[in-house]
Structures are given as structure tokens and as C-alpha cells.
Design a protein around this ligand. Structure first.
Ligand code: DHK
Length: 153
């Protein structure tokens, strides 16, 4: 008898205004929509043998609560904190408290943009940061987490 193991669960969490992807400053963020990002994550997770829980919120408190929920439940987090990257110590604290490896993703290269976007509070709690590679950054983050889980890191 073979007992099948549940697939490792990865939370893919998106912060404020990412629901506007595709419409929002397409010259900066590109034309892909959040549905396109979700489809890319779902297909990448499928290929890698991961399960995903994909969410977006405009609320800081909700994002903090979702990160807390990951504790003991998720094998990894992919997070694009968007505008809360540079402001939210609460989000940093939640990521530190949840003890789940998190990869921070930004669609744009925040270091080529306005100076106020350069400093991330979230990075202090992230195992890695991917920025400037468009929505493929999400797929690369899932790939990295799959490898880390496989290595037992
Ligand atoms: C998305 C946002 O909404 C901005 O607030 C960040 C990030 C950059 C992104 O590139 O995905 O500064």
C-alpha cells in the first residue's frame, strides 16, 4: 500500500494595488493581470509538486493575519508586499513570528525606481528577494522554495 503525502503548501500573498495589475501603470508593471500571475503560479506549482494558496488584499492587517496563519501550516511563503514593503514593521514582525521561509518578490526593479522604494523592512525576514524580473519572479520564487523543501532546508 502506498500512502500519498500531502503536497507542501505555499502561500502566495499579494499586497495593496496588485489587484490593479494590467491596468495600473502598464509601462511600469506590465500588462499581465493578477489572474495571469495566479495562473502562472498554479501551473508552476503543479509542475513542482507544490500546492498554493494565492491571495491579494489591500489591507495591512489582513496581510499580517494571513502571514500569521501560515505558521505550522505552510512550507513556504512567496510575498509581494507592494506598498507595505517600505512601511510595515507589523508585516516584518509577522514574518519573523511565523517561522516559515519567505521569499519577497517585486515585479519591478525597486532599486531603479524612486529612492523611497529602495528600503524594504520585509527583506530582514526574507530568505531571498527577487525583483525586476516581471511576473516570472513569482515562478522563480516557487522554484527556489521547492528546491529548499527538497533539500530539507
Ligand atoms: C509593487 C508595488 O505596488 C510598489 O509599491 C512597490 C512593487 C513595487 C512591485 O514591483 O511589484 O514599490
Amino acid at each position: 500500500m502506498t500512502v500519498s503525502q500531502p503536497l507542501p503548501l505555499i502561500a502566495v500573498l499579494n499586497g495593496p494595488n496588485l489587484n490593479m495589475l494590467g491596468l495600473r501603470q502598464p509601462e511600469v508593471y506590465g500588462r499581465s493581470t493578477l489572474d495571469d500571475v495566479e495562473a502562472l503560479c498554479a501551473e508552476t506549482a503543479d509542475r513542482l509538486g507544490l500546492a498554493i494558496d494565492f491571495r491579494q488584499t489591500n489591507g495591512e492587517g489582513e496581510l499580517v493575519s494571513w502571514v500569521q496563519e501560515c505558521r505550522g501550516k505552510c512550507a513556504g511563503i512567496v510575498i509581494n508586499p507592494a506598498g507595505y514593503t517600505t512601511t510595515s514593521i507589523a508585516l516584518l514582525d509577522a514574518l519573523l513570528a511565523c517561522e516559515v521561509p519567505a521569499i519577497e518578490v517585486h515585479i519591478t526593479n525597486i532599486h531603479r525606481r524612486e529612492e523611497f522604494r529602495h528600503k524594504s523592512f520585509v527583506s530582514k525576514a526574507a530568505v531571498g528577494v527577487i525583483c525586476g524580473l516581471g511576473i516570472r519572479g513569482y515562478a522563480l520564487a516557487l522554484q527556489a522554495l521547492a528546491e529548499m523543501i527538497e533539500e530539507g532546508a
